[in-house]
Design a protein around this ligand. Structure first.
Ligand code: ATP
Ligand code: MG
Length: 535
């Protein structure tokens, strides 16, 4: 072995890994702020009798395509789609079958073709047996039948190179290629579709009343990363699913959302509401809008021009300054709602007033997803630049049925962008006082170690955050570290203290010290950290 190659083995190429573009690590102390935000949401939502639902992070791509709408940016451009393991294995096997066919031809040995085909069939059979794969039984049976005929011919040496061999091989490999391999999966870009899928799958419509559910978790969209916009981001959301579409449900959901935003001290929040009608009145309005837009087409920019035909409502979303005066002249949906929708919207506004929820009507709030009907709303907050929407939501009465569920199930929900909400709180500087390290145990001398361990355990049992250095430190170093870690107290245990069964407790903010025996110490610290300061 040359010196050079020996060196290569000793020193593999150094490679640093970084988080994928658009994703980020949330480190302490920020992670504590995140936990506090999520915990606040859980508390507020549970006080409205919403309950946690946890759905998978990936689903069949088609679920999102159907729910969100195939024509939306999310489905069109932003989803992370992949084949699952079995789909990938089947694909690899199909390639092997092709290779095997070529080898069989060259070597004049059909067995070279048989092996990968058998593996392919085994894989499908295992997938069917494990319920991981759905396939048409008849397609599979005919594939397996062809394989058996082929196997019989190939194992009869005398039949080698018979013309039938060629026909069968073509037939068989065609059938393998044609076989539906596993469907693709997608990382969820949002969670409403998953919640509805779960509702349907578990027959939750048979449960009493409306189902009030909330979720917390990451979502994935391949967007251009910028402030307040990431490829893995976090949503805290809630959904109400059930037979009723009473406006009081919409109002309760909005009230709950704003209660959370007030609780966490989000600054300058503004609530916008709108109604975008139902399948009775919206299509007529959209047609009217399209006609009016065609009249002003020349004065619009390219995106809006295209949307006149594909999705005219989205033109109302335009932020281009030069388009604003034109949009102001367009017909407004509020003047074209059917009676039922108009009444629903009026009741919602009454309900909001009754609950002391301030709002602004915004006729241009149409939202990007296809499934919304009637109520839509959005909340903006300070400190976020142009990415200032911290929450979007609305009613989606037809979605459960669209996803194959029972008819007549109504739905409404929202999703808060946790990244943006937290960013806004950070920018405003209005941060909560979160519990940090309560006690640092400065132990010195071998005899102090066992009492240190014992008292640490008791303090932790009280719910306090306690740091105990794993190795003995000199007194000064120990207190210096306690300070750097931001401990509220240092508990000093030297050999003297160990012998007398007492502790010296030092408050680090003002260096005030007291000597306490164990019961007095536990008492004192428990009352010091009672309530908000205990972890
Ligand atoms: P936007 O118009 O800002 O793209 P959206 O209409 O796509 O928002 P929704 O699908 O309604 O957003 O999601 C609800 C909330 O999730 C948004 O109001 C926002 O706070 C947050 N959100 C959406 N996309 C992202 C992202 N890529 N990064 C961070 N937060 C996001
Ligand atoms: Mg978006």
């Amino acid at each position: 072995m040359s010196e050079n190659s020996a060196e290569k083995i000793d020193k593999p190429e150094r490679r640093q890994f970084r988080a994928i573009k658009g994703t980020r690590d949330i480190l302490p102390p920020d992670s504590a702020l995140w936990n506090w935000f999520e915990q606040s949401a859980r508390q507020v939502f549970e006080s409205y009798n919403f309950r946690d639902i946890r759905t998978p992070i990936f689903e069949q791509t088609d679920l999102f395509a159907r729910a969100v709408g195939a024509d939306t940016d999310i489905v069109h451009k932003e989803m992370y789609v992949f084949g699952d393991q079995r789909a990938l294995r089947l694909e690899a096997l199909q390639e092997k079958i092709e290779e095997g066919a070529a080898d069989a031809e060259r070597e004049n040995d059909q067995k070279l073709f048989l092996e990968p085909v058998r593996q392919f069939i085994d894989e499908i059979e295992a997938g069917l047996a494990a319920g991981e794969m759905e396939a048409s039984r008849s397609a599979f049976d005919s594939l397996a039948e062809n394989y058996r005929r082929f196997d019989a011919i190939a194992s009869d040496q005398a039949m080698r190179c018979e013309p039938e061999f060629g026909n069968l091989r073509g037939d068989l490999s065609f059938k393998c290629w044609d076989f539906p391999i596993g469907e693709t999966l997608a990382l969820r870009p949002e969670a409403t579709a998953s919640v509805c899928r779960a509702y349907i799958e578990h027959g939750m419509q048979t449960l009493p009343g409306n189902q009030k559910l909330y979720y917390v978790g990451p979502m994935f969209r391949r967007e251009r990363p910028q402030k307040g916009r990431y490829r893995q981001f976090y949503q805290v959301g809630a959904e109400v699913l059930g037979p009723s579409d009473a406006p009081a449900i919409d109002a309760e959901v909005v009230e709950m959302l704003l209660t959370l935003f007030h609780r966490v001290g989000l600054a300058n929040i503004k609530l916008y509401v709108n109604s975008i009608g139902c399948k009775e009145c919206r299509p007529k309005y959209v047609e009217l809008l399209r006609e009016k837009l065609r009249e002003v087409k020349d004065r619009l920019k390219e995106d809006s021009q295209r949307r006149i035909e594909t999705n005219p409502l989205r033109v109302l979303d335009s932020k281009l300054p030069e388009e604003q005066p034109i949009i102001e002249t367009l017909p407004r949906i509020s003047e074209h709602l059917c009676d039922a929708c108009r009444e629903h919207f009026a009741k919602l506004k009454e309900e909001l007033a009754l609950r002391g929820v301030g709002y602004e009507e915004n006729w241009r709030l149409v939202r990007g997803l296809d499934y919304y009907t009637r109520t839509t709303f959005e909340v903006t907050a300070a400190g976020l630049g142009s990415q200032n929407a911290v929450c979007g939501g609305g009613r989606y009465d037809g979605l459960v049925e669209l996803l194959g569920g029972p008819a007549g199930i109504k739905g409404i929900g929202f999703a808060i962008g946790a990244d943006r909400a937290i960013l806004s709180i950070q920018e405003s500087g209005n941060l909560p006082k979160l519990p940090g390290l309560a006690v640092f145990i400065a132990w010195m001398g071998a005899k102090a170690y066992a009492p240190a361990l014992s008292i640490a355990k008791k303090l932790r049992a009280l719910g306090l955050a306690v740091e105990l250095p794993p190795e003995e430190l000199k007194f000064r170093k120990s207190l210096g570290l306690a300070d750097k870690l931001g401990a509220r107290y240092a508990l000093i245990i030297g050999e003297d203290e160990a012998a007398s069964g007492t502790f010296t407790l030092k408050r680090l903010s003002d260096a005030q010290q007291q000597k306490l025996d164990e019961p007095a110490l536990l008492d004192f610290l428990q009352s010091e950290f009672r309530g908000a300061n205990a972890r």
